[in-house]
Design a protein around this ligand. Structure first.
Ligand SMILES: [Zn+2]
Length: 339
């Protein structure tokens, strides 16, 4: 028993040791590497080795309670799946886990072991997000005590206000909403992020897998849109461009389309530099969506063009707009699993 730091159940039969504990979660660099203004190379800003703090913490817990509330633990304690080999000299199941915040892991074990007398009345968004990561890893989002304490703590957080722009707190709220399957909070926070994050969104590697998947999907949607517009620029510049309305006017048609598209992209803040490895949009996903939908109607009205020529820039941009809108609509669906 000497090696136990935290006794969650005095009659417990399992000793869990937290190795490689981390002190920080979702590091947010507000300097020159601010994820909201940096590019692809800086999208993986968080989760560095610098967050690791030395030391071990051991918890005495009940395998019965862990298995009751967590599919992860239920699987571990199945007799035919017990891979840790042997028990300790004192007869305990010996488990190790790593890369979690010690305080959040203690909260987690207190909830699962139903030693709730010591649980706080309120927790910060950061603590709830760190807890969400642990809950997600151990597959116990639906456990009754987990739902009970989530409802209590999120209720208190509502009173403190919710993030209104793309910032660290918004990503913390996304972590919480995704893991605890809180659809209203997920949609509200996602809307805030999509409408206020200008440029690439951060992709911190220490967030729950579902959140990282979501953030990557947002960047993919933006990247695909930029790529589609750059392809369109290349098509208008190509010598092989053929006006679909009046082939004889292909040169003039391409020139007008090319100029209009460059002008439009410049105005809405989408990079027009082809071959740039890190094109940085100065616009949010929501604004790009709106701008694409409102693509200016460009028509030939100069003397000499035959009236049958009805090429419009919107015709070319529309498929890109529809594709982005479809992806944004898919992002709004809070998925149960992301693999
Ligand atoms: Zn044309």
């Amino acid at each position: 028993m000497e090696f136990i730091d935290q006794v969650l159940d005095p009659n417990g039969d399992t000793a869990i040791t937290l190795t490689h504990p981390t002190s920080n979660f979702l590091v947010w660099d507000t300097g020159e590497h601010n994820p909201s203004v940096s590019g692809v190379a800086d999208r993986h800003a968080a989760g560095s080795e610098e967050n690791v703090v030395p030391g071990l913490t051991s918890y005495l817990v009940s395998s019965t309670r862990l298995g009751k509330h967590s599919r992860y633990y239920e699987n571990i304690f199945k007799p035919d799946k017990w891979r840790e080999g042997s028990k300790t000299e004192d007869g305990y199941y010996a488990l190790t886990t790593q890369d979690f915040d010690p305080e959040a892991f203690l909260l987690f074990q207190e909830i699962l072991n139903e030693s709730q007398h010591s649980l706080p009345e309120r927790v910060s968004p950061e603590m709830l997000a760190m807890l969400a990561k642990i809950v997600d890893y151990h597959c116990c989002q639906d456990a009754v005590p987990v739902r009970k304490w989530y409802a209590k703590w999120i209720g208190w957080m509502f009173g403190r206000g919710k993030p209104k722009r793309y910032e660290r707190d918004a990503i913390l709220w996304l972590c919480i909403a995704v893991v605890f399957q809180d659809v209203p909070e997920f949609r509200r926070t996602l809307k805030v992020v999509l409408s206020t994050c200008q440029g690439w969104i951060c992709e911190p590697e220490d967030v729950p897998a579902g959140v990282l998947h979501l953030l990557q999907a947002i960047n993919d949607a933006t990247g695909d849109t930029i790529e589609g517009l750059l392809d369109l620029l290349a098509r208008f510049r190509s010598r092989d461009y053929l006006c679909p309305c009046v082939p004889a006017t292909s040169f003039s048609c391409a020139a007008l389309m090319l100029g209009s598209l460059i002008k439009w992209m410049d105005e809405v803040g989408i990079p027009i530099v082809e071959g740039d490895e890190n094109p940085f949009p100065r616009s949010s996903v929501s604004k790009i969506c709106r701008d694409l939908m409102r693509a200016k109607k460009v028509e030939f009205s100069e003397p000499g063009f035959p009236p049958a020529h009805r090429c419009r820039l919107a015709n070319h941009i529309s498929p890109i707009a529809v594709k982005l809108q479809r992806k944004v609509n898919e992002l709004r669906i809070l998925k149960r699993r992301f693999d």
